[in-house]
Design a protein around this ligand. Structure first.
Ligand SMILES: Nc1nc2c(c(=O)[nH]1)N[C@H]1C(S)=C(S)[C@@H](COP(=O)(O)O)O[C@H]1N2
Ligand SMILES: [Mo]
Length: 430
């Protein structure tokens, strides 16, 4: 076996400017033959294969709860307290390190956090959840009681409305993809349909809205139109990626409203009150409104817009020698499925369509990939997602157009990474 040289691909395989390779090339060539273009450059002569120490004696013992390899100890959530010490205790965020992960599921220990008043330590045997207000039969549920209902399972993302806030600064901030766009996580949630519980309580005809409230000291509260529950979409999650929901994510139960802004997914859910009109809670008036240039504010902006980000290459995942790379990233939309992701390597002058291995998931993170023959020259990488509603991810300039200065919620603009000739990558605005 010899390591092969990086053969340049014929230009007919190029789908767009600056080295973007047609996604059809990968399908045609397949990976076994990919050695021809240098993917096998890491192979060694058979006689060079060592017998390492760990192959010569028994390894470690069994463990009760597995942990990642110690060699992965840098794969953690970067944290950001939002207030100086002593003020606003427990209010802060930690980011999902998007650039260090592959696939689409966010491991539970790396799921981003946003707490307004810390993580309450809830004893599940003492926790109560009530449905009351405009109902025939007010009901109180324990965890045990909820576990006797049929379970629904749904893989979906939860994204903070303030995600990507670092791209609302005037100067492009030099942070990783996760530190900019990582206020999002994607999990397989299992729990109980909210429609079923509301049916049991018997919603009266005047009941048009729900107010969901958490059991934390912040008592996060949000008004939710009742249709989001009645159409079967909303549920009370008890499990996250197969295990009981983590304390950070709302143990022992949280509301999940797929595709809608993070704050509506009330954690440590304590009660849902059926009301006739929105209550304008502090958490939906002091925040989560968008001031426009015309002086009017947008309120109740529930749905998260169509968005994507290239996670590899990205800051912290710099390029080595020129040659073939796989551009890979995540796309999502609160409106449903991702139907298309386009990638540009020349700052938007030309675009090529990326491969989306799984186009069926809805309101969930979707992976895209595209081969790229990097010449070793500077390049400007961008990705642009389209969802099933036909919405296309806007440029930063287009996103800001209707809004007054300093608005940051629901920022879903195209992320631009500038690749320099030495392989370094910077966040830039174009
Ligand atoms: N009870 C309660 N629910 C809450 C919050 C909170 O502070 N308290 N934060 C909200 C916000 S702003 C977001 S973005 C999501 C974050 O969910 P996560 O911490 O599981 O990622 O939870 C929401 N639900
Ligand atoms: Mo949030």
């Amino acid at each position: 076996m010899t390591s092969s040289k990086l053969l340049p691909l014929s230009t007919e395989e190029h789908a767009a400017g600056n080295g973007l390779v047609s996604r059809r090339w990968l399908l045609r060539t397949g990976f076994p033959a990919a050695g021809a273009v240098g993917l096998s450059s890491g192979l060694v002569q058979a006689e060079e294969l060592r017998v390492p120490d760990w192959s010569s004696s028994p390894g470690l013992d069994l463990t009760g709860y597995g942990q990642p390899s110690p060699f992965e100890s840098e794969v953690v959530r970067p944290t950001l307290p939002l207030f100086p010490e002593g003020i606003g205790d427990g209010s802060g965020v930690s980011f999902t390190p998007l650039e260090k992960l592959a696939g689409t599921i966010t491991p539970n220990g790396l799921f981003f956090e946003r707490h307004h008043s810390g993580i309450p330590e809830i004893d599940p045997t003492a926790h109560q959840f009530a449905i009351h207000g405009l109902v025939e039969r007010p009901l109180v549920f324990t965890v045990e009681a909820l576990l006797r209902y049929p379970m629904v399972t749904k893989t979906c993302f939860i994204e903070c409305a303030g995600n990507s806030l670092f791209n609302s600064f005037d100067e492009a901030q030099q942070r990783t993809a996760g530190e900019i766009h990582g206020l999002i996580g994607n999990a397989e949630w299992a729990g109980v349909s909210l429609a079923q519980l509301l049916d049991e309580a018997g919603v009266s005809p005047q009941g048009k809205w729900l107010v969901a409230e958490g059991a934390d000291a912040a008592k996060m509260s949000r008004s939710i139109p009742i249709e989001k529950a009645m159409d079967g979409d909303a549920f009370i999650a008890l499990y996250q990626n197969g295990e009981r929901i983590r304390p950070e994510q709302g143990y022992p139960m949280r509301l999940v409203v797929p595709g809608w802004q993070g704050s509506m997914n009330v954690k440590w859910l304590r009660r849902i009150k059926v009301v006739s009109a929105p209550v304008y809670a502090k958490d939906e008036t002091s925040k989560y409104t968008l001031l426009q240039k015309d002086g009017k504010s947008r309120q109740f902006t529930y749905e998260m817009g169509v968005k994507s980000v290239i996670t590899s290459p990205s800051p912290g995942r710099e390029l080595g020698a020129p040659g073939l790379y796989q551009i890979s990233g995540l796309a999502w939309s609160g409106a449903g499925r991702i139907t298309k992701v386009e990638v540009s390597a020349d700052g938007g002058a030309s675009w090529a369509e990326a491969m989306i291995p799984d186009q069926t998931s809805t309101r969930a993170l979707t992976r895209f990939q595209l081969p790229w023959q990097w010449s070793g020259q500077s390049a400007t990488l961008m990705s642009r997602a389209t969802d099933e509603a036909g919405a296309v991810q806007p440029t930063r300039e287009a996103w800001y157009e209707p809004y007054a200065a300093n608005q940051l919620f629901h920022q879903n603009a195209i992320q631009v990474w500038a690749v320099s000739h030495d392989g370094g990558i910077r966040n830039v605005y174009v």
